[in-house]
Every structure is written in structure tokens, then in C-alpha cells.
Design a protein around this ligand. Structure first.
Ligand code: HGY
Ligand code: MN
Ligand code: MN
Length: 419
């Protein structure tokens, strides 16, 4: 049996191998359905198959490997995370959870330790939502909550999700068949880097996730009047970029005023037909709102929507406010969290409960199954950035805690389920 440090080294070597597959030269970019994504997916599939898992790629592009229990009617524990990335990403956001899950199963197989329940290891195909600007496509299919209307969504090149699936070899008509029925779920376990500074600042290797913030994502289109930068007097302009810029700063001020309970970000700003000597007439920006408090999220959404309208009116602009995605906050399962907290304690670590500001595939899954998440410390809390990094000892700690969690869950399952 390999020790957890050797296992962590093997896991990190695989992460490096996967990270070398990217759409661009600098950081890591593998967005849903691109050739680089498909090469990365094929590599992960080969690892699942080499481990001896019954492996397939489902209709939305999730890579799925099953380790069946000897009890045919047993329930299924899903261990998962995602292998798609943001643009110019780090290596660990997503792949750490998938490859830690693979390590857990390889270790069980090497020790010939059977589990009383089935395990399905899943590398979700689109958690970030970069290409179609709507997240959790892969996990929503597995959770049975995929919204068929999403199939008509088009990417920046006008390619619809249906066309993208067909190009990937997926089948839009088979999505519903790839859900795990609600009564077959035992639970969901995901390990993920914290993507925040708490563990780094407090020098703690792992944390227990208690809840995951809700999200509101909006696309705003500001339209004014394109004009000659040299001839239109300042007080006669309908400058769409100036309006969007006023909104960007207003969002930052709003977030600072409410920083205890929410975060607000404008991450994209696109000046259509941009030229230095043209007054911008058509500007698109994004809004990303997060809060663990559903009421607060709703109030903030309405306040910022009203503010955007006032800015547009004061500048004689038209505003199209297009809500892209709304995800309610998710609460992790108390019972699974009790077992995970016990595993963290038995591994010799303080149990630190954290709310996740980042979204995770556990969100759609938590609507259909009990979900629990383990956070792993990352370098200065940096994520969605090539500087993203983890320490070997923290990965080894996460493996140790996860082994213990599986053992506790197995013991509990046997006590509460007849063979
Ligand atoms: O945006 C997020 O919260 C995550 O990275 N999908
Ligand atoms: Mn991410
Ligand atoms: Mn992630």
C-alpha cells in the first residue's frame, strides 16, 4: 500500500500531465467541447480505464467510471469534480477532486477492499460555464435537472449547445437517460481547492464546506450612439462605454458597502466596434453576484438592476438586462458532514467549517442527494489564475482524510443497510 505522500505525488504528476493539454500557450484553458477539452477528457478516461473502472463518456461529455459493489441493489456514492476550466486557469480547480477520487478508488482496488455501496467517479464536462455562459451542464445532467431549453444556447461563434454536443459525439436526445435516479444516490463527495485565503492565512490544510453561495449572473448590453470622437461635443454624447464604466464602479461600491454578506463582480467588458477615435455606441458587460443568503442575493439583484436603469436613463442609453443564470445557495448534508468532520479530526486536523463563495458541482447535486465537500488549502487562496498551486503535504492530508471518510461511510452504511 502506498503512503499518502507517494499517492499525492502520483496525483500531482497526473495534474501536471492534464494541465499540459490546453487551448493556449500560457495558462491552462480547456473549455467545454473544444479539441483541447476532448484531448484532456480522453486522457482522464484512459486513467479511469487503467484503474479498472467500468468507464464511459456520457451524452454531455462527462467521463464516468463505476466501481460496483458486490451488492447489486446497493446505492451509489458519487465522487466527482470538473475537468473544464476558465480561460488562463490554474491546474487544480476541478482536476484535483477528480484525480483525488481516482486515487481513492485505485487504493481500494490495490488493497482489494470492497465497499458495500457502488461508487461512480465523474469528471464533469462543464462546471465553469465559460463557453455557453451557463454553469453546471455536466452535473445537472447527472442530477436530472438539466434544462432542455439550454440546448438552443449559442456560443460566441454562434454554435449551439446541440451542435457542440453532436460534434463531441454526445447525444442531446439521451441527456435524460444519463441522470442517476434520485433513489439510487447514497451521496456526493467532492474535494476542491478552497480558492480563497482562509486556509492559507490560518495555515490549515483542509476545511469542511457547510454551504455554497448562490449566484446571479447577468449580461448587460448598453446602447448609445457611436460617433466621431473629434466632432461630437461632450454634452451631446450617448457614450455606452462611459455608462458601462459608471456601472462597473457602482457595482464595486455596492459590494464594498455589503461586503459582509455578498460579493459583486463585473468580469467581462466588451466594446463592440472599438476604435480610439469612435465614441462607443454598443457595450456588453457581465455581472456576477454571490451570497450565501438567498434574500440578500435577491435584494442586491433588484438594487443593481434599478441602478443600471438609472445610469442608462441619465445618459440617454438603452439597457438590455439579460439574466443568464440564477442559482440558489446550497447547504451541505449535516450527516455526511458529521462523518467528514470525524475523518478530519481522526486525521489530526482542526475541523474548520467554511462557506464556499465559489460555485461547485455539489450545488445541482445537493437538490437530489446529500452532498459533502472537502476544501484543500491553495497558495495564498489564488485561483482562476496560472499562479494557482497546492502543497504536497496538503494533498496528502486530503487523501488521508478522504480515505478515512470512505471508511466511516462504509461502516455507517453497513450498519444501516442490510447486505
Ligand atoms: O465561478 C465559480 O464560482 C466557479 O469557479 N465555477
Ligand atoms: Mn472555477
Ligand atoms: Mn471549480
Amino acid at each position: 500500500m502506498k503512503d499518502t505522500f507517494a499517492r499525492a505525488e502520483n496525483l500531482l504528476a497526473r495534474i501536471d500531465q492534464l494541465a499540459a493539454i490546453s487551448e493556449d500557450e500560457t495558462g491552462v484553458t480547456r473549455t467545454f467541447g473544444t479539441p483541447a477539452f476532448l484531448r484532456g477528457s480522453a486522457l482522464v478516461r484512459s486513467w479511469f480505464e487503467q484503474a479498472g473502472l467500468a468507464t464511459r463518456v456520457d451524452s454531455i461529455g462527462n467521463v464516468r467510471g463505476r466501481l460496483e459493489s458486490r451488492h447489486p441493489v446497493a446505492k451509489t456514492l458519487v465522487i466527482a469534480s470538473h475537468i473544464d476550466t476558465v480561460v488562463n486557469a490554474g491546474k487544480y480547480d476541478g482536476p484535483l477532486g477528480v484525480l483525488l477520487g481516482l486515487d481513492l478508488l485505485e487504493n481500494l482496488l490495490a488493497a482489494k477492499t470492497g465497499l458495500p455501496f457502488h461508487v461512480e467517479l465523474i469528471a464533469f464536462s462543464d462546471e465553469e460555464g465559460v463557453r455557453f455562459h451557463t454553469t453546471y451542464l455536466g452535473s445537472k445532467v447527472v442530477a436530472g435537472s438539466f434544462d432542455q431549453t439550454l440546448l438552443t444556447k449559442a456560443d460566441a461563434q454562434g454554435v449551439t449547445l446541440t451542435e457542440a454536443l453532436r460534434t463531441m459525439g454526445g447525444d442531446p436526445a439521451a441527456l435524460a437517460q444519463d441522470a442517476i435516479p434520485a433513489d439510487q444516490w447514497l451521496g456526493y463527495f467532492e474535494a476542491h481547492i478552497e480558492q480563497g485565503p482562509v486556509l492559507w492565512e490560518n495555515r490549515i490544510p483542509v476545511a469542511l464546506v457547510t454551504a455554497i453561495a448562490g449566484q446571479q449572473r447577468v449580461e448587460l448590453t448598453w446602447r448609445g450612439m457611436a460617433g466621431h470622437a473629434g466632432t461630437v461635443p461632450m454634452d451631446m454624447r450617448q457614450d455606452a462605454l462611459a455608462g458601462a464604466a459608471e456601472f462597473v464602479l457602482a457595482v464595486e461600491q455596492f459590494g464594498l458597502r455589503h461586503k459582509a454578506e455578498l460579493v459583486a463582480t463585473v468580469g467581462k467588458l466588451d466594446v463592440r466596434g472599438a476604435a480610439s477615435n469612435v465614441i462607443p455606441g454598443d457595450v456588453v458587460c457581465s455581472l456576477d453576484l454571490r451570497s450565501a443568503d438567498a434574500a440578500c442575493l435577491g435584494t442586491a439583484y433588484e438594487e443593481l438592476r434599478s441602478l443600471a436603469s438609472q445610469i442608462a436613463e441619465s445618459r440617454r442609453l438603452t439597457l438590455h438586462w439579460n439574466p443568464i443564470q440564477q442559482t440558489a445557495p446550497a447547504v451541505c448534508d449535516a450527516h455526511l458532514n458529521e462523518l467528514l468532520a470525524q475523518a478530519i479530526g481522526e486525521a489530526g486536523h482542526a475541523v474548520v467549517p467554511l462557506v464556499s463563495g465559489a460555485g461547485h458541482d455539489a450545488v445541482p447535486v445537493s437538490a437530489v442527494a446529500p452532498a459533502t465537500m472537502l476544501f484543500v488549502r491553495c497558495y495564498k487562496g489564488i485561483s482562476h489564475n496560472p499562479l494557482e498551486n497546492v502543497e504536497l503535504a496538503d494533498v496528502a492530508a486530503a487523501i488521508d482524510v478522504s480515505d478515512r471518510f470512505l471508511h466511516l461511510l462504509s461502516t455507517h452504511y453497513q450498519t444501516h443497510h442490510s447486505a
